[in-house]
Ligand binder design. Structure first.
Ligand code: IPE
Ligand code: IPE
Ligand code: MG
Length: 224
């Protein structure tokens, strides 16, 4: 894997946990659990490759529409996982940040988020930005409301939850849509879709996406 021409900011729509589990005749919750574990593997790889930022879509502002039981699992399993594994927090070599609304998440999850963000904030290298109760409509509206009038691009971008433009957007599971993720930030991103379900998206798959990105010519409206 060539480290030159690495994307600075990679975004991933982590999709297909449910279908992955179904294929294995397991409950959807098992897919979410294995998807969560995979996130830390992929982030470790991104850190080793020298990627600066990895923004992942873990729970959208629309995902509250899912059955209560599934929403409850998604809000509680990270807490249980953290409680069991917090003695190993030093193994996380990258910084963790979280983007999204904070007013609808359960208190116990917010506490875990604060803890992980605080304990990893001095790590060098990658920033893993987990987008939770995140949606672009929501993000852009709150940013516009926070700006002085008339709104400028610079001011608006300063108020977005995620400020850096995305270089490469990956979506797993075969769906080819954006589902309200980083609409502003992906304006000139390279898009990469793979049929692989998120829990199966391994080291090789990630390298394949990055290799594909490295072969592309980005023009940003100009000529190259
Ligand atoms: C992605 O997997 C994780 C979340 C949206 C929380 P899904 O849960 O969307 O899995 P599929 O798309 O139903 O297979
Ligand atoms: C997008 O996946 C949201 C996350 C991955 C968190 P969904 O599974 O919710 O998207 P749709 O409903 O298929 O568009
Ligand atoms: Mg899905």
């Amino acid at each position: 894997m060539k480290n030159k021409n690495m994307p600075k900011h990679v975004a991933i729509i982590l999709d297909g946990n449910g279908r992955w589990a179904k294929k294995k005749k397991k409950p959807r919750s098992f897919g979410h659990y294995m998807g969560g574990r995979n996130l830390f593997r992929v982030a470790t790889q991104a850190n080793e490759l020298g990627i600066e930022k990895l923004s992942v879509y873990a729970f959208s502002t629309e995902n509250w529409k899912r059955p209560q039981e599934e929403v409850d699992y998604l809000m509680t399993f990270p807490v249980e996982y953290y409680e069991k594994n917090k003695h190993r927090i030093d193994e996380i070599l990258f910084k963790v940040t979280v983007s999204g609304r904070k007013d609808r998440l359960p208190k116990a999850l917010l506490k875990v988020i604060d803890d992980v963000v605080e304990k990893t904030k001095n790590n060098k290298g990658l920033e893993l930005n987990i987008c939770l109760d995140y949606g672009s409509y929501d993000e852009i509206i709150q940013a516009v409301n926070a700006c002085d009038q008339p709104v400028t691009r610079k001011d608006l971008e300063a108020h977005l939850m995620v400020s850096e433009p995305v270089d490469l957007l990956i979506r797993t599971s075969g769906e080819q849509r954006i589902s309200n993720f980083l609409l502003w930030q992906i304006s000139y991103a390279e898009l990469y879709f793979t049929k692989v379900y998120w829990p199966s998206f391994n080291k090789k798959q990630f390298e394949k996406a990055l290799n594909n990105y490295q072969k592309r010519t980005r023009r940003f409206g100009g000529l190259k």
